[in-house]
Design a protein around this ligand. Structure first.
Ligand SMILES: O=C(O)C(=O)C[C@]1(C(=O)O)C=C[C@@H](O)C=C1
Length: 309
């Protein structure tokens, strides 16, 4: 098994990948960005890619949401949660916060530490890095010029970097959610606590279009755990919705909701059903249970048996 992930080694994404059973023993190839990681899967150079999809403070990771919604189809195989905490590390020679003029980190990490930075290093300019680990490693590179980096405490310790402050995140207890993505194939078995992800392009901009989509879930008792609108790139006002719901394709209420969605949104994309991480407990009302659907379908089939007779 070959895995790729948003690298280099020491990113939160690598920490997420290491939670996947067997990944620590498998080949792990770092990619410099999410698109490259997903392309490696599409062209068969990697069997699966671990990529960040949302953070509890900063929200959706646009690069991932867009890349899995378009292009050659992909499938989410698993999700992993990683608690996030950051430290501020500095280049040799930087002794105090007052000396810092430039800080390198991933845009999502900067957004989670912006309040701390404005207060403690107000003169420092943000230098975007491809990941938190890349920003930290830059401190050891004489050709990179940033004074400081915001990264995980782990990469700071592994690289023997001087930590000047930490934790530096604005919200303690932040969590990033990562997804393991492969080529479309067998769907993981239902566990009873699963998620299903779909991409729903709005066919036309008219009153009630989003409502029509959402009611497909509501009437089948399906709970949404994430909904995000992303621009399609075709101009202002053109969006698709990226939606996670609680449940598995193997369950009648999810299959029935997808049937309904296909009628109102024929270009929808199924991105997979996979076990939910983090102790999600899904409760299903009696009237939307598999048994209730089976009874209702049998009843209609019975009525239809009399058609034309
Ligand atoms: O830069 C990293 O270490 C990553 O794994 C990327 C990433 C992200 O894109 O959300 C992951 C977790 C943190 O929230 C910040 C950055």
């Amino acid at each position: 098994m070959i895995y790729t992930y948003l690298g280099p080694a020491g990113t939160f994404t690598e920490a997420a990948l290491l939670q996947v059973p067997g990944a620590a023993q498998a080949t792990r190839v770092p990619s410099t960005n999410v698109n490259t990681a997903l392309e490696m899967v599409r062209c068969g150079e990697a069997d699966a890619a671990m990529v960040p999809i949302e953070n509890s403070v900063e929200g959706g990771v646009s690069a991932t949401l867009d890349a899995i919604a378009t292009g050659e189809p992909l499938q989410i195989l698993a999700e992993v949660l990683v608690p996030i905490t950051f430290v501020l590390t500095v280049r040799e020679g930087v002794e105090s916060l007052a000396q810092i003029r430039t800080v390198a980190t991933h845009g999502h990490a900067w957004a989670q530490c912006r309040g701390w930075a404005e207060k403690n290093i107000p003169k420092a300019e943000f230098v975007p890095a491809s990941s938190t680990a890349a920003g930290a490693l830059g401190l050891l590179d004489p050709l990179a010029h940033h004074d400081a980096a915001i990264s995980s405490p782990l990469v700071a310790a592994e690289e023997n970097l001087r930590v000047l402050a930490g934790p530096v995140e604005d919200n303690a207890g932040a969590v990033t959610r990562f997804v393991l993505v492969g080529k479309p194939g067998p769907i993981p078995e239902p566990t009873g606590n699963d998620k299903t992800t779909v991409i729903l392009p709005l066919a036309e901009d008219r009153p009630g279009a989003l409502m029509e989509i959402l009611e497909q879930f509501v009437v089948r008792g399906v709970n949404l755990s994430r909904i995000e609108s992303r621009p399609t790139g075709e101009g202002l006002g053109h969006y698709f919705f990226s939606v996670d719901v609680e449940g598995h394709l193997a369950q009648a209420r999810i299959a029935d909701a997808l049937t309904g969605l296909h009628r109102v949104c024929p270009d929808l994309r199924f991105l997979g059903s996979y076990p939910a991480a983090g102790g999600l407990v899904t409760t299903v009302d009696d009237h939307t249970s598999d048994k209730a659907f089976a009874r209702a379908n049998a009843w209609v089939a019975g009525l239809r048996g009399n058609l034309g007779s």
